[in-house]
Design a protein around this ligand. Structure first.
Ligand code: ADE
Ligand code: ZN
Length: 322
């Protein structure tokens, strides 16, 4: 049996980052909003550097203003995931974009997302869980509001809290309040670090925010002592190689440090991050692991097992998916 038939687990997907460009164009047309500048002549998102990507991401997201928009977005994203054999996915949800950090507005958006997730589970066989994500470049004060949104809606569908956005804005400790608040509310924790910031950013994040997973984390690969600590602590990396290559965090697939991390027994998983922005899918990520590093079906099964073990859902859900 080829790995192509294996059900896949994905841990690192930004909900708006999964929006098919045609979906965003459709919503923009309905609302008579002109965002044509963010698309190229073939209708794909036009992105370049990470900073430019964030601008395009936020422009695309700006057309999504109501809970109903988010219900439709969730269905559109999960249709793509299911088409690539994903049976379990964790999506980063941002109260910043869903009501600006207001708890009541966030509740309405979250209910719509959860409603769509239930429909997708029944219709497409893909299970979704949400992780509230503060956006670093919106600043520590806004991060407190979004962490409160997370704490107020913790449990069940909403399993985690984390931090994304421009990694070089502020220091990890500036965001510690939100992580403490989410931890107290019973949420599991993950934080983007070491996508751009290098080994010291990963080390500072682990020390100051104490997440059990790190988004990307590839910066750790230059520091053998840090890799040893990460491996011993069992911290799981949500590696997104296609995203790293596309945005230029690493020069090529061949030079991606996932093999270095794996050789040091760091627990790695593989996800798409923002698939239509980076021209990727879970199928393509696995295909490139096979083509670039010669990963076998057994390697990919093991990769998937690590992801399921590190998932933030309850054990009953894991057993149903396994
Ligand atoms: N938000 C969406 N995609 C992101 C990425 N790759 N890094 C940081 N923040 C993001
Ligand atoms: Zn990400």
């Amino acid at each position: 049996m080829s790995w192509r038939n294996l059900p896949k687990v994905e841990l690192h997907l930004h909900l708006e980052g999964g929006a098919p460009p045609a979906f965003i164009r459709g919503v923009a047309a309905e609302k008579h909003i002109d965002i044509s500048g963010i698309f190229d002549e073939r209708g794909n998102y036009r992105t370049g550097t990470f900073e430019h990507f964030l601008k395009v991401y936020e422009a695309a997201t700006s057309v999504l203003t109501t809970p109903e928009d988010y219900r439709r977005l969730t269905l559109a994203v999960l249709e793509e995931s299911a088409a690539h054999g994903v049976v379990y996915s964790e999506a980063f949800l941002s109260p910043d974009f869903c009501g600006g950090g207001d708890v009541a507005a966030w509740r309405d958006h979250l209910a719509a997302i959860e409603d769509a997730a239930k429909e997708a589970e029944a219709r497409m066989g893909v299970t979704l869980r949400g992780i509230v994500t503060s956006v670093r470049h919106f600043g520590p004060e806004q991060a407190r509001l979004t962490a409160l949104c997370a704490a107020e809606t913790a449990g069940g569908f909403l399993t985690g809290y984390g931090l994304a956005g421009a990694e070089t804005v502020g220091r990890p400790r500036d965001y510690a309040w939100g992580f403490d608040c989410a931890r107290e509310a019973g949420l599991r924790l993950t934080c983007h670090a070491g996508e751009w910031g290098g080994a010291s950013m990963v080390a500072d994040t682990l020390r100051d925010l104490r997440p059990e997973r790190i988004g990307h984390g590839i910066g750790a690969a230059t520091d053998p002592a840090l890799m040893e600590r990460i491996a011993e602590a069992g911290v799981v990396l949500e590696v997104c190689p296609g995203s790293n290559v596309y945005l230029g965090a690493v020069p090529s697939w061949e030079k991606h440090p996932i093999e270095v991390l794996r050789a040091r027994e760091v627990k790695v998983t593989v996800s798409t991050d923002d698939p239509p922005f980076f021209g990727t899918t879970m199928t393509r990520e696995w295909e490139m692991l096979e083509r670039t590093f010669g990963w076998t079906e057994d390697d990919l099964r093991a990769l998937n097992r690590v992801a399921l073990d590190a998932a933030f859902c309850d054990e009953a859900t894991k057993e149903r998916i396994a």
